[in-house]
Design a protein around this ligand. Structure first.
Ligand code: CA
Length: 178
């Protein structure tokens, strides 16, 4: 099941979006302020973020700016009105898309599907670090062209590490992935 992190301080809107997403089969985590949202996003368990801009604590743009130092998780910004500057700034900072409130739930769902699809298609078939080549589809690992025998669990662990090269992964995150 794909996990969506919703960072939105307006309880009514958050509840409405949560119900609709759950109905579509997504698992929804919620945060009501920027700092909590950033911490949850950094845990790396979400497949996509819906990030409101006007938030208490850190605003959405600041959350995005900090998150992008370590994560390329898809982010769709929720903007309160037709705030052109917010949109431009958000896209410049690495948001994948934005949607202006009030929006129809169908439009939001379509944008979520597009962002998730884009993310999947950019997942490489091979991961390489120096002489090490991991072929995801064939489930093989070679170092300087020589095959390395790995158990399924070792393969998953190595894959998780290679996919998050510049990020420190917690033990919990790794245990969940493997
Ligand atoms: Ca808000």
């Amino acid at each position: 099941m794909q996990k969506i992190l919703l960072v939105e301080d307006e309880a009514k809107i958050a509840r409405f979006i949560e119900l609709e997403l759950a109905h579509e089969g997504y698992q929804v985590d919620k945060a009501e302020d920027g700092r909590t949202g950033l911490d949850m996003a950094r845990a790396g368990e979400s497949d996509l973020l819906l990030l409101d801009i006007m938030l208490p604590g850190l605003n959405g743009l600041e959350v995005l700016r900090r998150l992008r130092k370590t994560s390329d998780v898809p982010v769709i910004m929720l903007t309160a009105r037709d705030a052109v500057m917010d949109k431009v700034t958000g896209l410049d900072m690495g948001a994948d898309d934005y949607i202006t409130k009030p929006f129809s739930i169908e439009e939001l769902l379509a944008r979520i599907r597009t962002a998730l699809r884009k993310q999947q298609s950019t997942t490489p078939a091979q991961l390489t670090v120096g002489p090490l080549v991991m072929d995801i589809a064939r489930h093989t690992v070679t170092v300087s062209g020589v095959n390395v025998d790995l158990t399924g669990r070792e393969f998953s662990l190595l894959q998780a590490l290679l996919e998050n090269k510049s990020i420190v992964l917690t033990r919990e995150t790794l245990m969940e992935r493997v």
